[in-house]
Ligand binder design. Structure first.
Ligand SMILES: CC/C=C\C/C=C\C/C=C\C/C=C/C(=O)SCCNC(=O)CCNC(=O)[C@H](O)C(C)(C)COP(=O)(O)OP(=O)(O)OC[C@H]1O[C@@H](n2cnc3c(N)ncnc32)[C@H](O)[C@@H]1OP(=O)(O)O
Length: 263
């Protein structure tokens, strides 16, 4: 992978007071420990500054996020893997449980962890094109953690979620729209951001405390479930990394990605 040029995230506040958080880890915004730490810090900053809303997007022209960096899971240093996993849990708790308004401008592919980040927002607009979105973990021979599944069940009907999770279904933009995995499609990134802003403006006349408490109450179940089981969830992740069969599946998957990239 090319050396990182520039900061891993950009956090700016636009003229309407909306925070724009842009992931910037070329080539595919795969979520390694350092990127997750930066996303976490930015979410803290948005919360601390009492910014009313945030749009999550990517600097890549074709990938929102490729999900977790597989190299964090392949033959890992277990101490780092533990910090990686707890940082991912923290990011999800901060984003899914945030009191401010969140929207994702999905300007490209959003597999697995990329789909998770977007589903953790309240509204999703995806750019039209040959992009796909979904939780594809079973195709890698791995199991999406319960809170990934909970987030999907919070977004689309449970029957559709079960089918998508077990079959590792990657949805096209039109399919995602039909099932409700995304809320709108857009012609390009600027249009996606405009549509996210239109969603955010719907709350101009809604008292913000009532909105925030309602959001947090409706999201309480999945949040409490992870908070109660964090240690067990981390232990399962580490146990799973120690499994030779899983390591073999990951190795094959990495090879297939490299072969595809070399073509
Ligand atoms: C009971 C259960 C308890 C515990 C559960 C435990 C564990 C479960 C753990 C975790 C859940 C996992 C979640 C995940 O997010 S796993 C990651 C899944 N992601 C993917 O499968 C996406 C793979 N990537 C792609 O499909 C394509 O790259 C993509 C469509 C995103 C973009 O395609 P494009 O043609 O634009 O780029 P490429 O040429 O494919 O890639 C460029 C470059 O980047 C490397 N790459 C891609 N994705 C990743 C990744 N996720 N991690 C690391 N590296 C990645 C790719 O190999 C190329 O590298 P190089 O050849 O060196 O240029």
């Amino acid at each position: 992978m090319a050396a990182q040029a520039g900061p891993l995230v950009d956090l700016s506040i636009d003229n309407d007071g909306i925070a724009i958080l842009t992931m910037n880890r070329p080539p595919v915004n795969s979520l390694n420990l350092e990127l997750l730490e930066e996303i976490g810090k930015s979410l803290d900053e948005v919360a601390k500054n009492k910014t009313k809303s945030m749009i999550l997007t990517s600097s890549s022209p074709s990938v929102f996020s490729a999900g977790l960096d597989i190299m964090e899971m392949y033959k890992p240093d277990l101490k780092r893997a533990e910090i990686f996993w707890t940082t991912l849990q923290d990011v999800w708790i901060k984003l899914f449980g945030s009191s401010y308004i969140t929207a994702a401008a999905i300007n490209g592919h959003a597999p697995a962890g990329g789909c998770l980040l977007s589903m953790s927002c309240e509204y999703r607009v995806m750019v039209e094109g040959k992009y796909t979105i979904g939780l594809n973990e079973t195709a890698l021979g791995i199991v999406a953690p319960t809170w990934f599944m909970d987030t999907m069940c919070h977004t689309i009907p449970i029957r559709q979620a079960e089918y998508a999770l077990t079959t590792a279904r990657m949805f096209t933009v039109d399919e995602a729209l039909q099932v409700g995995l995304i809320d709108e499609s857009a012609s390009d990134k600027a249009d996606a951001i405009d549509k996210c802003k239109k969603f955010i403006r719907k709350f101009d006349k809604i008292p913000s405390l009532a909105r925030a408490v309602t959001k947090q109450k409706i999201r309480e179940g999945p949040l409490v479930r992870l908070q109660k089981n964090r240690q067990q969830d981390t232990a399962e992740f580490l146990g799973f990394l120690k499994n030779p069969k899983i390591q073999q599946s990951l190795e094959m998957y990495i090879q297939s990605l490299k072969q595809k990239a070399a073509k």
